[in-house]
Write a protein that binds this ligand. Structure first.
Ligand code: FAQ
Length: 333
């Protein structure tokens, strides 16, 4: 079901054979990458390239789907009908992003059913940011402003990723994330310019969400496992630390405009570097969240499992329809 793997069985077998010709294949492949070629689903590629893309794209897809939950928390309590409609549309966009991404990963030969099974069993990762709770309405603003803002900084370079289906999916995703970031910033602006209680709520949310947003870019370059190979393959165009710095430099002035304070006493503009110096990220917290799911990791997975179970009848009906359609088309032919 849902397969978008474009390869025929013969092509799959041929590619499995070429995968064993490591040295020659890797060299020819690297030449294509260095020449700026875009790799397509049916092209020969080292199995490690395929595996790393499946890992990254499926983790990204899971993040979009799990990322719907912290915002879903506020659909029934949005402060006005207009806010509710906007929030619903945003959450639906995130579902769409998940679906493009699962489809892009399927072109590499992994089925969506398998990827979803990995998420539900707890084997696959999703972004640490979505293990944090969203207890106030201001969090819906900061999720858009900071989380979508960080996602854009991370994902714009992915529009030039060497793997065509992922790069093309990212173009549309980034356009929508850009709208999401603006709607989040608009919520925070309204609160920061509203009553003192509203401004305090926006500040309190920024205090909680700032550091986890910085962790979205992944571990420091020194601790990153995949960055150097992924940059060699033009999957990643910039390192985790470079993108994190870019996000900080863009976001600090946005907080200043609102009269909000970034919760980092070490944050200071460095004239020589023309960039902000910032305090130490709590990497112990990051690794602990990755390992045990932090505050909400387990409940996010429980919610996903329940949604999956509730959707069983839809998948069964779609499968039965597809089978019937195939039989009809077969008979007509
Ligand atoms: N959370 O060696 P690296 C969004 C893992 S979408 C969890 O540096 P890499 C939209 C990493 O996977 C947000 N795991 O890895 C939205 C690896 O694990 P593994 C998601 C993390 O791949 C907004 C290990 O640590 N975006 O927000 C995290 O080179 C609002 C070592 O790390 C993407 O997925 C983390 N924060 O770089 C939705 C973008 N960081 O597999 C709803 C695409 C690292 O070895 C509402 N992904 N890990 O066990 C990427 O750009 C990269 O995969 C990175 C990590 C940058 C995330």
């Amino acid at each position: 079901m849902y397969s978008t793997d474009l390869r025929t069985d013969t092509e799959k077998k041929a590619q499995a054979v070429t995968a064993s010709e490591d040295a020659a294949l890797w060299e020819a492949f690297q030449k294509r990458i260095d020449a700026g070629d875009i790799i397509e689903a049916k092209d020969a590629m080292p199995e490690k390239y395929r595996a790393t893309l499946v890992r990254q794209i499926s983790q990204h897809a899971h993040s979009e789907i799990v990322g719907m939950l912290p915002e879903g928390n506020w659909v029934t309590r949005a402060p006005s009908l207009k806010r509710k409609l906007i929030l619903l549309a945003k959450i639906q966009d995130e579902a769409g992003h998940g679906l493009y991404l699962y489809s892009a990963a399927e072109t590499l030969g992994r089925s969506r059913d398998d990827m979803v099974a990995d998420l539900l069993s707890g084997k696959a990762k999703f972004s640490t940011i979505f293990t944090y709770p969203t207890p106030t309405w201001a969090d819906i603003g900061t999720v858009g402003w900071l989380v979508d803002g960080a996602a854009i900084v991370n994902q714009i370079p992915l529009c030039r990723c060497s793997y065509g289906p992922y790069a093309r999916a990212m173009v549309r995703v980034c356009k929508e994330e850009s709208f999401h970031q603006r709607q989040g910033y608009e919520i925070v602006t309204t609160m920061a310019r509203g009553a003192p209680e509203q401004k305090a709520m926006a500040q309190e949310s920024l205090n909680r969400m700032w550091w986890p947003s910085l962790m979205m870019f992944g571990p420091s370059d020194a601790a990153s496992l995949h960055s150097s190979q992924n940059m060699k393959w033009n999957i990643k165009r910039h390192s985790n630390d470079v993108l994190r710095q870019r996000f900080i430099d863009a976001t600090v002035p946005q907080a200043e405009i609102l009269g909000l304070t970034i919760p980092d006493p070490d944050l200071v503009w460095n004239k020589e570097r023309e960039a902000y110096d910032f305090g130490e990220i709590n990497w112990d917290e990051f690794w602990a969240v990755l390992k045990d799911g932090g505050q909400c990791g387990k409940s996010r997975l429980r919610a996903r499992r329940a949604a999956h179970d509730n959707g069983t009848w839809v998948r069964e009906a779609a499968g039965a329809y597809a089978k019937k359609h195939k039989t009809r088309v077969g008979k007509a032919a």
